[in-house]
Design a protein around this ligand. Structure first.
Ligand SMILES: C[S@@+](CC[C@H](N)C(=O)[O-])C[C@H]1O[C@@H](n2cnc3c(N)ncnc32)[C@H](O)[C@@H]1O
Length: 362
């Protein structure tokens, strides 16, 4: 039986054209995304922000890059409506464009890491194979570049929001860390949250855990460069947490849905958290009914992240839970935490388009 929006009748010429346009717009998006990456990498958005309307010759003078290549890139960005294309072949980055594209670190709107280079063809081959075997790949399959991409994608928001906005919303957490608390970050990635917290609360101690060798190597490098002495890193999952109640605060930021055994992690957190401690979860905003996710205009992007990273990671061991990017909705998380013996569960919505936060307590 035909579903809503799908009919059995032969398509009209207009429907065919519209459908083909939709398909080709994804191809256009792929290439524009690559050009955004190249522009970011070469500092072109910053160079345009600092000038008024600019032609290729001026941009070439200012950047030392080749004029002909710049002209084609400028025209591509103009055609993509990311630059205003003036009649005299000059191009302008609008203030909104500058706020989104020219500030990798300070913008809440642009997760630069999402615009990384295209995936390695061998990885694409492996992903296609996973549709036969059912078995996915841990984050390390994408090499050091994968950890770097994740850091650039998730890091800016963590640096800008975790200490000033998110922690103060949690009951008593800032006070505890100001007096010296024990903190664990599980699935810590490149350690962006650990560094932000360790700087803000020098009297507290921080332990980061991640199963990814590349993420822990990157985190070690950043901790070394920071000169901080209150951060310890472990290449391990939650099974390496102490069995006794140790931590005042545990974090799992954007990683529970990536885990093959999230329930084991939740159980280990329950044991390692002090009776008056807090567990802060950041996970993707999603709904129990998968079609409910269609209100998100970026739902297809999220499913794309799932197949290439999150669900793949969560299926990287036999019997993996395989939740994936849009698989851990508030009702499911609340049920899982209750099953592990947590009694308090509060949802925090910081108006962050992709994420919800949860304050979970014994
Ligand atoms: C999307 S990244 C998030 C990293 C970091 N929390 C952040 O917000 O930037 C997910 C991380 O979870 C890690 N991960 C996946 N399964 C894990 C497990 N069972 N235990 C610990 N870390 C895990 C991955 O290696 C990856 O670094």
């Amino acid at each position: 039986m035909a579903d809503d929006g799908a009919t059995a009748a032969a398509p009209s010429e207009d429907e065919l054209r519209l459908f083909a346009f939709q398909v080709w717009s994804y191809k256009q998006g792929e290439l524009v995304s690559l050009l955004i990456h190249i522009g970011s990498r070469l500092g072109l958005f910053q160079a345009l922000r600092d000038r008024g309307p600019t032609g290729a010759a001026d941009l070439a003078l200012g950047t030392g890059l080749d004029e002909r290549w710049l002209l084609e890139w400028l025209r591509a960005m103009g055609a993509a409506r990311l630059l205003h294309w003036g009649e005299d072949d000059t191009f302008t980055l609008t203030p909104a464009g500058a706020a989104v594209l020219a500030d990798d670190e300070g913008s809440l709107f642009y997760a630069a890491g999402a615009f990384g280079p295209p995936p390695d063809p061998a990885y694409v081959e492996d992903l296609a194979g996973a549709f036969r075997t059912g078995r996915g790949f841990p984050y390390d399959r994408r090499g050091p570049e994968g950890a770097h991409t994740t850091e650039r994608m998730l890091g800016p928001w963590t640096r800008l929001a975790l200490v000033p906005r998110i922690l103060p919303a949690l009951d008593g957490v800032v006070e505890r860390l100001e007096h010296g608390g024990e903190v664990a970050d599980i699935g810590c990635g490149a350690g962006v949250a650990l560094l932000a917290l360790a700087r803000a609360f020098p009297g507290s101690s921080f332990r980061g855990y991640d199963i990814s060798r590349h993420a822990i190597e990157r985190a070690s490098q950043l901790v070394g460069e920071s000169g901080l002495s209150n951060v310890e890193l472990h290449q391990a999952g939650a099974d390496a947490l102490p069995d006794e109640a140790t931590f005042d605060l545990v974090l799992t930021l954007d990683c529970l849905h990536d885990m093959t055994r999230p329930e084991e992690t939740i159980g280990a957190i329950r044991r390692a958290l002090k009776p008056d401690g807090t567990w802060l979860v950041k996970d993707i905003r999603c709904t129990p009914d998968p079609r409910g996710n269609l209100v998100n205009p970026m739902a297809a992007l999220m499913y794309g992240f799932s197949i290439t990273s999150c669900m793949s990671s969560a299926l990287s061991e036999p019997g993996g839970a395989g939740l994936g990017t849009l698989g851990l909705h508030p009702e499911l998380l609340e049920m899982m935490t209750a099953r592990a013996g947590f009694t308090r569960f509060a949802v925090h919505d910081f108006d962050e388009p992709a994420n919800l936060y949860y304050e979970v307590r014994p």
